[in-house]
Design a binder for this molecule. Structure first.
Ligand code: NAI
Length: 327
């Protein structure tokens, strides 16, 4: 049987953590033959550490055959020791009335500390997924704080946007969501993301031709996907957690185990592809194989797409400029 791998999760006692840990431990992320050791990080605060203890009791009570160990931590330097996978979920999202500078400085502190800890103690092959918002910029901060690790090991979660877009297209066309191929989401995990179905197919048919309604694309589809997080908060009184955890599972599973040629979306450091400046943590369509992702090349960018990409890129470069002084 396989040797256990180490999976670190931050914000482990939060909402997303509660929807995520049980699925990792049951083998949904890395495969039903891959034992895992969970290395869980929460803030030192007594309430958070107690909540984490409760979650660990429940994990124990599931008696998961693949769960080879559980550790509780309050310091990233121990939480990330030898870790093979790191899911950085805990962060400080923007609260009502919070100034942008305050948001950036709080997250700057969290993600420089965690990036440095990964740099110091994690496996040299660690795969890092940042879920905590602002996810792209937090991933950028962690990457810049870990100069001894390959930059390509740092990624941000755009998969929820990808899955939301796929689900809207399935509903619009009346087809099965699993049949959708070649969907792309470009840019920032924010309402400016550009979900692009120009190349998408369902059972081999062009989605664009099936829908044949450019006004729906611009006035219904893009705003619906972009504002989906806010719509869920309005309905549920809480932010999306189960669907975010599900997207994190999808992202890591596909990166680790491959996509069989299927396009998925990951936020990754640009190497200059599609005119995006190097190092910008940008949502791109990728395929994964052998534990590596590869950007889908050769997609034609028309005038409207370029306009959308420029807008989300501007937002990201502004965010990343805003944290330069912290790095
Ligand atoms: P939550 O508030 O329920 O849980 C966050 C947990 O992180 C808390 O238990 C908190 O104590 C912990 N935490 C905060 N700072 C930490 C640190 N420095 N180290 C370790 N733990 C820390 O929030 P929830 O709902 O679980 O969401 C987590 C994050 O995910 C938020 O930033 C949210 O905006 C983001 N999110 C991102 C999505 C995406 O698609 N990228 C989708 C949905 C949410």
């Amino acid at each position: 049987s396989k040797k256990p791998v180490r999976v670190a999760v931050t914000g482990a006692a939060g909402q997303i953590g509660y929807a995520l840990l049980f699925r990792i431990a049951s083998g949904e992320m890395l495969g039903k033959d891959q034992p895992v050791i969970l290395q869980l990080l929460e803030i030192p605060d007594e309430k958070a550490q107690n909540a984490l203890k409760g979650v660990i009791m429940e994990l124990e009570d599931c008696a998961f055959p693949l769960l080879a160990g559980i550790e509780a931590h309050s310091d990233p330097m121990t939480a990330f020791k030898d870790t093979d996978y790191a899911l950085l979920v805990g962060s400080r999202p923007r609260g009502p009335g919070m100034e942008r500078a305050e948001l950036l400085s709080i997250n700057g502190a969290i993600f420089t500390t965690q990036g440095k800890a990964l740099n110091a103690v994690a496996s040299r092959n660690v795969k890092v997924l940042v879920v905590g918002n602002p996810a792209n910029t937090n991933a950028y901060i962690a990457m810049k704080s870990a100069p001894d690790l390959p930059a390509k090991n740092f990624t941000a979660m755009l998969r929820l946007d990808h899955n939301r877009a796929a689900s809207q297209l399935a509903a619009k066309t009346g087809k099965a969501v699993a049949a959708i191929e070649k969907l792309a989401v470009w840019g920032n995990h924010s309402p400016t993301m550009y979900a692009d179905y120009r190349n998408a197919t369902i059972d081999g048919q062009s989605v664009k031709e099936l829908i044949n309604d450019e006004q729906w694309n611009r006035e219904v589809f893009l705003p619906t996907v972009g504002k989906r997080g806010a719509a869920i908060i309005a309905a549920r009184g809480l932010s999306s957690a189960a669907s975010a955890a599900n997207a994190a599972i999808d992202h890591m599973r596909d990166w680790a185990l491959g996509t069989n040629g299927k396009w998925v979306t990951m936020g990754i450091p640009s190497g200059g592809e599609y005119g995006i400046p190097k190092e910008v943590m940008f949502g791109y369509p990728v395929t994964c194989e052998g534990g590596e992702y590869k950007i889908v090349q050769g997609i034609e960018i028309d005038a409207f797409s370029q306009e959308c990409i420029n807008k989300t890129l501007k937002e990201l470069t502004d965010e990343q400029d805003g944290v330069k002084h912290l790095l």
